[in-house]
Design a binder for this molecule. Structure first.
Ligand code: NI
Length: 231
């Protein structure tokens, strides 16, 4: 399932993060790529222990915890340390690749070294689309090819299984934060069913209030989640 999450970050938060990022010390993005991805990756990113990366990471993770839409769609179990990247100048694209299935958590603390299965990929756009040319995130999956370029603060989630790329940025600078989610529900298809059911229930409640039928359907939702979730 490919889903846009509008305004994951507020305009104020995006502005504050971009002010910090103006002073960031970027490193070669190839450092963290697997062997196939390394051949096509040409961008810059911040080190995991960079203070500005930490600031972006905290803002994004806090926003994720507040986003009912994202939580409902992703049903997160673990989140891989969000990274910040930059496409500009000669380091301006990331060719077609698929992300490694398993990543190892890098942030200091009790979770250090823990493995995360990359069920879902998430990109949070930090640059306004009119500030750069190109830089579309192209995702190829059962739904065909989608070209994504969203307003600053918006996010997109898509299956980690998808082949994807970032097209060359030919003018300006594209800043983004990206991370992976291991979901309680491994199957994209099952997550989709749960998401659709949850959204339909939300709409039913909004229109008609609580009823024995919404209670029964909520029960079915939770029983399916109980059946499919791996905690
Ligand atoms: Ni990728």
């Amino acid at each position: 399932m490919l889903l846009n999450i509008p305004e994951l970050l507020s305009a104020d938060t995006v502005r504050t993060l971009r002010e910090s990022l103006a002073h960031a010390r970027w490193s070669d993005g190839r450092d963290s790529a697997g062997s196939q991805a390394r051949q096509v990756k040409n961008n810059q990113q911040l080190a995991h222990d960079d203070a500005i990366a930490l600031q972006v990471r905290q803002a994004v993770l806090a926003a994720m915890e507040r986003s009912t839409l994202l939580l409902t769609a992703a049903l997160p179990k673990r989140v891989f340390t969000p990274r910040v990247n930059r496409y500009s100048g000669t380091a301006n694209q990331y060719g077609p690749h698929v992300d490694n299935a398993i990543r190892t958590l890098a942030q200091p603390g009790p979770q250090l070294g823990q493995r995360v299965r990359t069920d879902i990929s998430c990109t949070v756009f930090l640059s306004d689309p009119d500030r750069y040319e190109g830089g579309e995130l192209c995702i190829t999956d059962t739904f065909g090819e989608q070209r994504i370029k969203l307003p600053a603060g918006d996010a997109v989630i898509y299956p980690g299984t998808s082949v994807h790329q970032v097209l060359p940025v030919t003018r300006g600078e594209r800043l983004a934060c990206f991370f992976w989610i291991e979901s309680l529900v491994r199957s994209d298809e099952q997550r989709r069913l749960l998401f659709d059911m949850d959204m339909a229930l939300l709409s039913l409640r909004t229109q008609h209030g609580e009823s024995p039928q919404t209670t029964a359907l909520t029960s079915t939702y939770h029983n399916l989640l109980r059946l499919w979730a791996d905690t």
